[in-house]
Design a protein around this ligand. Structure first.
Ligand code: ASP
Ligand code: MG
Length: 450
C-alpha cells in the first residue's frame, strides 16, 4: 500500500489533474490511497470570501462564489465530465452559498465556522478528481476525512488528531483497498467528537497523508510537489540550490519550521513514530529521484543538509541581576510568555540574561510590560533566524566555517543556539542581511555547481 498526496498546485486545473491521473494510474498495482488539497488557491479564496462577506455584506457573496465555482466548473468541463456526474459538487456549492450568506448577515466568523468554510475546498476537490478517475475506468471513491477515520480535538484552525485515529483510519481504509477501491481522501480536515468540522493548520494535508501512511503501515508516503524534492536552500535566494537525497525526520521537521516551504512542520510526527519513509517527488520531473525522509542517513551523507532563513523575527533580550545564582527566574519568564500564549522559537541564556526569539506576528506588548517589572527588557525587531541543518556531531567544523563566512561578510551573529534538537545550529542576524548570509553559507558548504 502507498499514500500519494497532491497539493493545491498539483490539482489547480484540468491539465494538472490529467497529469495526476497518469501518475496515479501507473502505480495502481501498489494500492494507492490518494490525498488531495483544495484546487489551486481555493483555501485562500474561501477565506477572502468570508472577509468580503463581513466587510461588504450580502452583495459580495455572489461574486466570491462565482470565482470559486468557476475554478471547479471550468475543470469539470475541460475534463469532459458530464453534469450528470456533478450533482454532489452542485450541492456543496449551494451549501457554501448559504454559509457565506449567513456570514454576511451576522458579520462575524468564529474559528469553528472558519474551519467549516475552508473544508469546502478539499471536499470539492476530492469529488471532482475522483469523478475524473472514474471516467478513466479507475474504481475511485471520494472520501471526506471523517469517513476515513480522521477524528480530532476541538482546537479549531489547528486541531490535533485524537490517538484513536491510529485505529479508525486503517479500519476505514484497509477494507476499501482490499476490495479494489482507490480512495481519494480530503487532506487538511477532520471532525471533532461532536461532529464539527476542524482543520489541522494551513498546509495540513501533508499531515493527513503521513498519518494515513503511518496508521495503515503503508510501504511509503509520497508527497508530490513541483520541485525536485527538499532543496539545500530556498531556490529564490540561492540560484543553484540542489535536491538533498536523504534527510531524517528530525531534520525535515526543522527544515519545515525554519523556512523551507516543503512540508508541514507537524507532518513528520506520524511516520517518525513508525519509521515509514516519506518520499518527496516532483510531479513535473518524474526522472528526478526526489528526497527520502527516514530514520537514518546513508553513510556518505554530507554533514550539512540545508540552510534556511526565517524572517520577521523579534529578538527579546531580558537581563536581570537577580538571576545571578537564583532559581525560578527562567520559570517566571517562561510562565509570563505562556500566560500570554506567545510561542518562543529560539533561546540562549547566560548567567544574567535570557535572549529569545518570537515570530513578529505575535503581539508581545503586554508580556514585555509585565517582564519589565522584574528585568531590563530590550525588544529588537526585523531580525532573521539563519539555520544550518546538519549533523551536530560535526558542529565545531560547521561553526568555524559558518562564522568565518559571517566575519568575511561583516555580519555579527546576535544570538546563537545550537544542539537542542541535535540537528540544527541557528543564529540571529538583521533581517536585511539574511539572504546574503544564506548565499555565503551555501557557497561555503556546497560549493558552486559546475
Ligand atoms: N488547502 C489547505 C491550505 O491551503 C491545506 C493544504 O493545502 O495542505 O492550507
Ligand atoms: Mg493549499
Amino acid at each position: 500500500m502507498l499514500v500519494m498526496k497532491f497539493g493545491g498546485s498539483s490539482v489547480m486545473d484540468a491539465e494538472h489533474i490529467r497529469h495526476v491521473a497518469k501518475i496515479v494510474r501507473d502505480r495502481l498495482d501498489r494500492k494507492p490511497v490518494v490525498v488531495l488539497s483544495a484546487m489551486g488557491d481555493t483555501t485562500d479564496h474561501l477565506i477572502e470570501a468570508a472577509e468580503k462577506a463581513i466587510s461588504d455584506g450580502p452583495v459580495s457573496v455572489e461574486f466570491s462564489l462565482e470565482k470559486i465555482s468557476e475554478t471547479h466548473l471550468t475543470a469539470l468541463q475541460a475534463l469532459g465530465l458530464s453534469t450528470m456526474f456533478t450533482q454532489d459538487l452542485r450541492e456543496l456549492l449551494c451549501d457554501l452559498a448559504t454559509l457565506l450568506s449567513g456570514i454576511s448577515l451576522i458579520k462575524e466568523i468564529s474559528p469553528k465556522t472558519r474551519d467549516y468554510l475552508v473544508s469546502f475546498g478539499e471536499r470539492l476537490s476530492v469529488r471532482l478528481v475522483a469523478r475524473y478517475f472514474q471516467s478513466l475506468g479507475m474504481n475511485a471513491r471520494p472520501l471526506d476525512a471523517w469517513d476515513a477515520g480522521f477524528i480530532s480535538d476541538s482546537n479549531f484552525t489547528f486541531a490535533e488528531l485524537v490517538p484513536e485515529s491510529w485505529r479508525y483510519i486503517p479500519a476505514a481504509l484497509l477494507p476499501l483497498l482490499d476490495s479494489g477501491v482507490l480512495p481519494v481522501v480530503t487532506g487538511f480536515i477532520a471532525k471533532d467528537a461532536c461532529g464539527a468540522v476542524t482543520t489541522l493548520g494551513r498546509g495540513g494535508s501533508d499531515l493527513s497523508a503521513t498519518m494515513i501512511a503511518a496508521a495503515c503501515k503503508a510501504e511509503e508516503a509520497q508527497v508530490w510537489k513541483d520541485v525536485d524534492g527538499i532543496l539545500t536552500a530556498d531556490p529564490r535566494i540561492v540560484a543553484d540550490a540542489r535536491p538533498v537525497g536523504a534527510v531524517t525526520y528530525e531534520e525535515a521537521a526543522e527544515l519545515a519550521f525554519f523556512g523551507a516551504q516543503v512540508l508541514h512542520p507537524r507532518a513528520m510526527y506520524p511516520c517518525s513514530k513508525t519509521g515509514t519513509p516519506v518520499l518527496v517527488k516532483n510531479s513535473h520531473n518524474l526522472e528526478a529521484p526526489g528526497s527520502v525522509i527516514g530514520s537514518s542517513l546513508p553513510a556518505d551523507a554530507h554533514h550539512v543538509r540545508a540552510i534556511t532563513a526565517r524572517g520577521n523575527i523579534t529578538l527579546v533580550d531580558i537581563v536581570s541581576s537577580r538571576m545571578l545564582g537564583q532559581y525560578g527566574f527562567l520559570a517566571e519568564v517562561f510562565s509570563c510568555f505562556a500566560r500570554h500564549r506567545i510561542s518562543i522559537d529560539m533561546l540562549a541564556t547566560s548567567e544574567v540574561s535570557v535572549s529569545l526569539t518570537v515570530d513578529s506576528t505575535q503581539d508581545i506588548g503586554a508580556a514585555v510590560n509585565e517582564l519589565a517589572r522584574i528585568a531590563a527588557v530590550e525588544v529588537k525587531m526585523n531580525k532573521a533566524i539563519v539555520t544550518i541543518i546538519g549533523l551536530v556531531s560535526h558542529s565545531s567544523v560547521i561553526l568555524e566555517s559558518a562564522f568565518g563566512v559571517c566575519a568575511r561578510l561583516g555580519v555579527q551573529a546576535q544570538m546563537v543556539s545550537h544542539g537542542a534538537s541535535k540537528v540544527n545550529i541557528g543564529f540571529i542576524v538583521d533581517g536585511s542581511e539574511a539572504d546574503t548570509v544564506v548565499r555565503g553559507l551555501h557557497k561555503k558548504f556546497f560549493g558552486e555547481q559546475s
